[in-house]
Design a binder for this molecule. Structure first.
Ligand SMILES: *[C@@H]1O[C@H](CO)[C@@H](O)[C@H](O)[C@H]1NC(C)=O
Ligand SMILES: *[C@@H]1O[C@H](CO)[C@@H](O)[C@H](O)[C@H]1NC(C)=O
Ligand SMILES: *[C@@H]1O[C@H](CO)[C@@H](O)[C@H](O)[C@H]1NC(C)=O
Length: 291
């Protein structure tokens, strides 16, 4: 009985908070001239986040592995109105490379207001866990440790600017999803690290915000290519996703759920009805297309 009251109560509070958040808006004055570093920005959500910051008049520093794509994205950022747009080629599977990109990026930008950690990689594919340690290690490097490396390198600059760290997580960082063991592990690790760091900043009165974006299935090329025929859920648009991420970052919102109704109910019920939630989520997998 108390449980149900608590559930209803938190639902009402959650919906009110959601409503007020949705009616808030951001304006270019809040972002103009800010210095932004976006990882994994040659394509997908990272690319769209860069365009959004560009539209709002920020200085944008891009990084990813593919130079040609980065060149194109930088050009478009300028067309969209970025105060400046540059890029650095990097391989986030290499922690030295991650450190250098953070150092050099901050030097070139002359400081840092937003560190947007978005890249994803590793050698693992979508499929059952077969004991492949190589995939676990490489995923851990790219999807977790490089995030921490960049954060640690950027911390001083972010403290000085009272800046923001923005981290892309996933429903797979809150609820174990099958066929993506290494990816899930990295996302859970990010959730742990950044929720702990956020509390430290609050206690220590370091005015650095941490925004974790808990995302669902987004229609990026790589997501569609990897899992398009393996899941039946519909993909949400990456442009709208990027808009929401940038808004949450600028408003210094601790957590963003996108698409809200596709994510939040599962997260809320995760601890109260794990078996039910598991069964509902299992329905989304097309098992005959998965090895
Ligand atoms: C990692 O990156 C650094 C700096 O770019 C480079 O010197 C080093 O050779 C790279 N290591 C590997 C294993 O690729
Ligand atoms: C924290 O930083 C934000 C953004 O730089 C600023 O708007 C806000 O006033 C700061 N808060 C405090 C308590 O300094
Ligand atoms: C917060 O932590 C930083 C880094 O450890 C330290 O330099 C700073 O003095 C701390 N501030 C407070 C108020 O404890």
């Amino acid at each position: 009985m108390a449980g149900i009251k608590l559930l209803l109560c938190s639902l009402v509070i959650g919906l009110c908070a959601h409503y007020f958040y949705f009616t808030e808006t951001i304006s270019p004055e809040m972002v103009k001239g800010k210095r932004v570093l976006v990882t994994g920005s040659s394509t997908g959500i990272g690319e769209q986040i860069a365009y959004k910051f560009a539209e709002l008049g920020a200085h944008v520093m891009l990084t990813a592995r593919r130079e040609k794509q980065l060149q194109e994205v930088a050009k478009k950022c300028l067309n969209f109105g970025a105060a400046s747009a540059n890029y650095m080629v990097s391989d986030m599977g290499n922690l030295t490379s991650a450190q250098i990109v953070a150092e050099e990026g901050i030097k070139k930008l002359g400081g840092l207001d937003y560190l947007v950690l978005n890249h994803v990689g590793g050698s693992g594919s979508f499929g059952s866990f077969q004991g492949d340690m190589e995939a676990v290690l490489s995923s851990n490097n790219v999807n977790f440790l490089s995030y921490i490396q960049m954060t640690s390198t950027a911390l001083k600059a972010l403290r000085e600017s009272q800046g923001s760290i923005v981290v892309m997580s996933s429903l797979s960082g809150r609820i174990g999803a099958p066929f993506t063991t290494s990816y899930c592990a990295a996302k859970f690790a990010l959730e742990g690290f950044y929720s702990s760091l956020r509390r430290e900043f609050l206690l220590n009165k370091s005015n650095v915000s941490v925004t974790v974006a808990v995302l669902g299935f987004i229609d990026t090329e790589s997501a569609i290519r990897k899992v398009g025929d393996k899941v039946t859920m519909s993909a949400s648009p990456k442009e709208e996703c990027a808009d929401e991420v940038v808004k949450a970052a600028v408003l210094r919102t601790p957590e963003l759920f996108y698409p809200f109704w596709g994510i939040k109910p599962f997260v809320l019920l995760r601890d109260w009805a794990p078996t039910l939630i598991g069964k509902v989520l299992d329905k989304f997998y097309v098992l005959e297309n998965i090895q």
